[in-house]
Design a binder for this molecule. Structure first.
Ligand SMILES: Cc1cc2nc3c(=O)[nH]c(=O)nc-3n(C[C@H](O)[C@H](O)[C@H](O)COP(=O)(O)OP(=O)(O)OC[C@H]3O[C@@H](n4cnc5c(N)ncnc54)[C@H](O)[C@@H]3O)c2cc1C
Length: 538
């Protein structure tokens, strides 16, 4: 039997991250992935036609500048390459009203100009919040690339000091933490066109804007994350390839097509794993799992090795309805030419363009329907045409569009109902899209395909199609993620650790769940504290 110090189950980007750091810290590490490919949600496929590249999951890379893995392992030298579009997030309208475009923070004057078409007040407030947030962005890094801090003494919330420092710097009161994102947005901005764009951004980060006590999402998703998105040249799979190369270069033993069926537990300790084909590997020190929580604890480790409390906790961990997306893909002859471009032609070359909503009520209805188990009647979408920047993503002169729908959880519809959605919803969207960009005729479409939450569940085991493999509702966030006893990446089985996106800080290509798990494993095994060799402070 092959024997390793550490075995990591699952080669999503967090599994890759943990494996790379463990190996660098001196642990001989084996990484096992059930699929033929590494990177899970960092995947790019010819979903419509050969030569048209579509990122089926992650699109925008908002954490690249902060992500320890990216910098510590020199991923750009291993093939990762980013573009930083100036025009970042736009919203366009069927009646040809001016678009609103948020530009990257190096071009705040352009964002100001765009919002000021509607309201000088909103332009000033938005740009000021953005400017101030970017001054203290390291505070988010301290929150996210560290294990969560359980509350001490009489405090109710963890990470209090950092949150308070952020609020103070932004001039916001503590009361926003108890409010919903929608209330905070509505109290802060007067322009309906801007408000609906911001509701959508909140939802994209897993926070339905009407959920109570999610006001921190206003700071994280809206003040910080909007407009700091990078684009992977060649598609997001180039980032997972670079991560894979980093692991191989460190000396991690990598095995794809290796479906783990069981974690071997002896005397309350994780001592190895067994694959579906019966192959066994010994873990001399630890096993860590990037696979989803229920599978890891119930199917792989086994309920018989858990206390009643843990069985209850794992059972009660909720997956979705936030973070459930469908990915729409179109192979196009021409890129969309929006009616709103008569006011600002930049909307035709904006990294991410929101299409299909005329009023804030449209957006709220859409989000309510998706989170309440219905396929939204009005098929608005967030759209990307990455081939506008990166000609390698479509054949010469053609364009590849990829977009997101908010959809209900996979289990809300039967498989035949999802088949029906898969075969009809794109055309419904295209007809709506044409009202915004008249050249989006049927004739302009060479092919299209829709990838549903059910497809995501089946393909990469993102349960319910939820990209964090677990809701990020306030009671499942921070030190309560996935539940308090497990929040430090440790389990009650000695030597078994967790590093999936159901851990703090959640889904999204942070590479933080794997990084934070490494920090606590390093503490448990006396490994070198590699993060202390850097200047970044986290
Ligand atoms: C539609 C969509 C759009 C998104 N857009 C963005 C975006 O723009 N920006 C962003 O930052 N993030 C985005 N995300 C989120 C991001 O893709 C995910 O949060 C991220 O991929 C989670 O990665 P992970 O490695 O932590 O876990 P997972 O993706 O859950 O990976 C787990 C891995 O474990 C493997 N595995 C499971 N069970 C076993 C087993 N028994 N044996 C062996 N291997 C196993 C799986 O095959 C998988 O490879 C998006 C996600 C979706 C679905």
């Amino acid at each position: 039997m092959e024997s390793y110090d550490a075995i990591v189950i699952g080669g999503g980007h967090n599994g890759l991250t943990l494996a790379a750091y463990l190996q660098r810290a001196g642990m001989q590490t084996l990484l096992l992935e059930r699929r033929h490919e590494w990177g899970s949600g960092l995947s790019t496929e010819e979903a419509t036609l050969p030569g048209f590249l579509h990122n089926l999951h992650a699109q925008y890379m908002e954490f690249i500048d902060y992500m320890p893995f990216y910098h510590d392992f020199g991923l750009e030298r291993l093939g990762a390459k980013m573009i930083y579009p100036v025009n970042q997030c736009g919203i366009t309208f069927a009646d040809g009203r001016p678009p609103i475009i948020v530009h990257n923070p190096e071009h705040l004057e352009l964002t100001y100009k765009s919002i000021a078409q509607y309201s000088k007040h909103d332009a000033e407030v938005f740009c000021e919040l953005k400017r101030k947030t970017m001054e203290v962005d390291h505070l988010f890094c301290l929150l996210y690339w560290n294990p969560p801090i359980p509350p001490e003494g009489d405090s109710l919330r963890s990470g209090d000091d950092l949150v308070i420092a952020l609020l103070k710097h932004l001039g916001l009161g503590k009361e926003i933490l108890s409010k919903s994102v929608k209330v905070v947005v509505d109290e802060t901005f007067e322009t309906p066109e801007l408000r609906m764009m911001l509701y959508r951004q909140s939802m994209e980060w897993g926070i339905p804007p009407e959920w109570a006590a999610t006001g921190f999402g206003f700071i994280a998703s809206i003040c910080w994350l909007i407009g700091i998105w990078k684009m992977c040249v060649g598609g997001t799979h180039t980032l997972s390839h670079a991560m894979e190369s980093a692991c191989r270069r460190e000396g991690v033993a990598m095995r794809e097509n290796s479906h783990v069926k069981r974690i071997v537990v002896k005397g309350g300790r994780a001592v190895g794993v067994e694959l579906a084909d019966g192959t066994r590997y010994e873990a001399r020190k630890l096993v860590a799992s990037n696979a989803d929580l229920k599978q890891t604890m119930f199917e792989l480790a086994g309920k018989e090795n858990l206390s009643e409390q843990w069985v209850r906790r794992v059972n009660n961990f909720r997956i979705g309805p936030d973070h459930c997306l469908g990915t729409t893909t179109f192979a196009l002859k021409e890129a969309p030419d929006y009616k709103s471009a008569k006011w600002d032609p930049n909307i035709n070359k904006t990294f991410y363009t929101i299409v299909g909503y005329e009023t804030p009520e449209d957006m709220i209805t859409y989000i309510r329907q998706a989170t309440q188990g219905k396929v939204p009647e009005r098929p608005g979408s967030g759209t990307w045409v990455n081939s506008l920047w990166d000609p390698t993503q479509a054949p010469p002169g053609k364009h590849a569009m990829t977009g997101w729908f908010f959809f209900p959880k996979a289990s809300e519809l039967t498989p035949p109902e999802w088949d029906e959605v898969r075969s009809t919803y794109n055309e419904k969207f295209r007809r709506l899209w044409q009202q915004y960009a008249p050249n989006m005729t049927r004739d302009n479409v060479l092919a299209d395909a829709l990838y549903t939450p059910l497809d995501m569940e089946q393909k990469v085991l993102m349960r319910e199609g939820c990209f964090s493999n677990g809701s990020i509702a306030p009671d499942q966030a921070g030190w309560m993620r996935p539940f308090p006893e497990a929040s430090q990446y440790r389990t009650e089985i000695e030597g078994l650790y967790l590093c999936g996106p159901y851990m703090h800080p959640s889904g999204g290509v942070f590479a933080a769940c794997g990084y934070n798990a490494f920090k606590n494993i390093a503490a448990d095994y006396g490994l070198p504290r590699l993060w202390e060799d850097t200047q970044r402070g986290y």
